[in-house]
Design a protein around this ligand. Structure first.
Ligand SMILES: *Cc1c(COP(=O)(O)O)cnc(C)c1O
Length: 412
């Protein structure tokens, strides 16, 4: 599974000894197998549940997707949850249900996956970037204030790496200016902020169950909202624009005629996907605990190295521990992030980059005229950041290999 959205270094590696490059990696430091970044842990219960779908020959949207919606809604303490085939689809629909018009502006972060920005564009609105807090990678409320215009309609913060965005300040800005708020919770299933769950603070929250995320369905996403109208429209638009629960037209509830209310999309989650998610959700705490152990070990054992570690967070927040990002400052390390990343790859350790800043990509520069230097904090993070493996799938030996490889890379 390649790390999403970032040029993952090729996983094809000649056996050690057969390497074309004659760098000084000693053969004893090379793992037997490649450590794939973000590989999920899949266990027998979800395998059984998938088989159950296959045996019943009910693959598409159905009772398992509905059950997954109920359980996520209960977990998050929110009345409505709509299961979709990706977080990207959810972000698109969340923007659409706000009825944004051409020229309306949505302020978001340059430190995110491209899908966040693309969703705004697909909904017909104009994305506007505000720079991030260099310590947390989250939207900086002061920068958001500076980007407000008469056309601003909504804010779209990302809870970066699983750390809560500064929601009190962002909601205060939204209240003062009559803006809607969509929370990109792709990293933030477990995130809590001052007693509230991420995704339930703004008007809509969107989760991802993509293969590298904290719990997975392969591809998958969910829209959360307290607003019954937003929920109904999300559901309708996500299934062709057909009236509510149109999937039931094929069940033993008997045939019902449906209406087509809007020009919609094909964004529904399959039972085959929900089958995996149901059992992943049951282990969400156990997986968080395992990532917490790995996180603490990284903090302890990487402390002597010349790199920056993720900062602590306030006691009244819960971090979802999705990404363990270190900053490789070439002035301090003597190596660039890309050099270290390639070095780790040669030692058969897969890492990720979350993210190169949005303005560093061609299409956004061409289309919106954004320049990376206008968002200096995001630009610097984008150049220096490296995400280490943090999956509950990792064994203690795997974690030891990551630490040893980094030590060799940085201390020689
Ligand atoms: C993964 C991710 C998405 C997209 O999620 P998909 O489920 O793959 O569509 C959106 N935003 C952020 C911040 C992400 O990390």
């Amino acid at each position: 599974m390649p790390c999403r959205g970032e040029s993952p270094v090729s996983h094809e590696l000649p056996p050690s000894g057969g390497r074309a490059d004659n760098d000084s990696v000693s053969t004893t430091s090379i793992r037997a197998s490649y450590l794939v970044f973000g590989q999920p842990l899949l266990e027998p219960p979800e395998m059984e549940e998938v088989l159950d779908c296959l045996r019943r020959a009910w693959l598409g949207t159905g009772p398992k997707a509905a059950e997954f919606e109920r359980r996520i809604a209960a977990y998050k303490g929110v009345p409505h949850a709509v299961a979709l085939n990706s977080c990207t689809a959810g972000l698109h629909l969340a923007c659409l249900v706000l009825d944004l018009r051409p020229g309306d502006e949505v302020i978001t972060t340059p430190m995110t996956f491209c899908a966040t920005v693309n969703a705004i564009v697909h909904a017909g609105a104009t994305p506007v970037l505000a720079d991030v807090d260099p310590a947390t990678g989250n939207l900086d409320p002061e920068q958001v204030e500076r980007r407000l215009t008469r056309r601003t309609r909504a804010l779209l913060p990302v809870h970066f790496a699983g750390r809560a965005a500064p929601m009190a300040e962002l909601m205060a800005i939204a209240d003062r200016h009559g803006l809607r708020v969509i929370e990109d919770c792709a990293h933030a299933i477990e995130t809590e902020y001052r007693g509230r769950k991420a995704g339930t603070i703004g008007d809509l929250g969107v989760l991802s169950f993509y293969s590298t995320k904290n719990i997975v369905t392969g591809e998958g996403g969910m829209v959360l909202t307290r607003d019954a109208h937003f929920a109904r429209r999300t559901k309708t638009l996500g299934l062709h624009g057909m009236s509510h629960d149109a999937w039931k037209r094929f069940t033993d509830d008997g045939h019902r005629s449906y209406d087509v209310e809007e020009i919609g999309f094909k964004y529904n989650m399959m039972d085959l996907q929900a089958a995996i998610g149901l059992h992943q959700l049951a282990r969400i705490e156990a997986y968080w605990q395992r990532r917490q152990e790995i996180w603490q070990r990284y903090l302890r054992e990487l402390a002597p190295l010349p790199l920056e570690l993720p900062p602590p967070w306030p006691a009244d927040e819960r971090h979802a521990l999705h990404l363990f990002t270190v900053q490789i400052d070439p002035r301090r390390c003597g190596r660039t992030r890309d050099e270290v990343m390639h070095g780790l790859h040669r030692r058969r350790i897969g890492t990720g980059v979350h993210y190169r800043s949005i303005p560093s990509f061609t299409v956004y520069r061409d289309r919106f005229g954004w320049r990376p230097e206008e968002y200096p904090a995001a630009m610097r993070l984008g150049q220096n950041t490296l995400s280490l493996p943090l999956s509950p799938r990792l064994s203690d030996d795997d974690v030891g290999d990551v630490i040893a490889a980094l030590r060799q890379e940085l201390l020689g």
